[in-house]
Write a protein that binds this ligand. Sequence first.
Ligand code: NAD
Ligand code: USQ
Length: 390
Amino acid sequence: MKILIVGGDGYCGWATALYLSAKNHQITIVDNFIRRQWDEEHQLNSLVPISSLEQRVQQWKHLTGKTIHTINIDITNYSSLCEILKCEEKFDTLIHFAQQRSAPFSMIDHDHSIRTHINNTVGNLNILWALHEYSPETHLVKLGTMGEYGTPNIDIEEGFLHIEYKGRSDRLPFPKQPGSFYHLTKVSDSDQINFACKTWNLRATDLNQGVVYGYETDEINLSEILANRFDYDHIFGTVLNRFCIQVALGHPLTIYGKGGQTRSFINIRDTVKCIEIACEKPAQLGEYRVFNQFTEIFSVLQLAQMVSKVANESLKIPCEIQHLNNPRKEKEIHYYNSINTNLRSLGLQPTLLTDQTIISLIQLAQKYQNHVHLQLIPPQIRWTSENQQE
Ligand code: NAD
Ligand code: USQ
């Protein structure tokens, strides 16, 4: 397949580009490196040092003989995006990763919230318009998030809910209760994509992905020049990756509040497989489908307990758990059960979280611990000035 990976220099996008290239798909990456600029702006760095995209694709060519094309454009620039999609031999699939994806970043202040909305909403709308005008048969695979649904007191279905009301019934979009201005942009994207499929007969798969953890894929492991980013800071670092790095630093695990916050999780090895499944089994023209892309559900406290047990018992590294004042506005104790049958029924074999995975992440952090800036660990961005909880 001819595949355009938009946002292919990032954590999920780079791992996916290598994985799909290894499977002999013809890959082009679009990225404007804005994420590398945001890191500089906030003085953040990846735990594992990352090479430039140019060095990365050269090394991939050198090791495997396979070519990954790269294009540096900002997808909020419509005419540049159109130039790519106007090409004669159309892309079979466009995978869209290119967004500002940190909830805390979107809550820093007015400016960061607006930048998140412009980048994500305009970028997504541009992709829909460019597909409509120049490549309407290309299958859009869009990264959404489980956080679109929030934490309702009922089971979370895959995108839609069958409702009976006053003697009538319908299949309606599942109610959305996002927890940050970032998550709100994903809700808006989903509505736009659904509308574009109905109105213009586009085809799309919205992958509502859970929190991603892990570092290794077979391709990333081939060379240090192929290294992926691994965020540990309080803005872009996600919870399990952060806990493993905190162990290596001898830092207590930073649970926000009570830790009963429960989320869906997925190993990056499964992220790339889910995307492959979505590409190879595309939506029909006019179809908007939603897959919940995760493999397991944990509370933050459960994760902290698993990590501290592995640290204390298997690695003999003393590890404490710390309950911090929650910087976010979120339920800390709640019902949570989400459904993930679509990807499983299309063949996904889940990679479950094991002690060995936690050990290898802690060892990765030990190897690169000199790169960590300790001041980036504690949370600094608060959802409300009063910092009150429900
Ligand atoms: P990332 O920040 O590592 O990568 C995003 C990439 O997109 C970066 O390389 C960035 O430069 C690029 N980009 C952003 N805006 C762009 C623009 N306007 N034009 C061109 N390129 C642009 O993020 P990630 O962790 O790889 O996440 C990828 C996607 O997956 C996001 O949409 C995110 O919402 C979703 N997702 C991520 C997670 C997770 O835990 N990492 C979980 C669920 C969903
Ligand atoms: N948390 C802690 N301690 C920490 C970090 C986080 O207790 O040190 C808690 C948070 O309060 C939250 C939960 O862990 O309750 C998850 O936080 P996170 O930072 O790991 O993930 P989140 O902000 O939800 O965002 C990440 C990605 C985002 C993606 C989302 C999937 O950054 O791009 O959309 O996971 S989901 O959570 O399903 O919405």
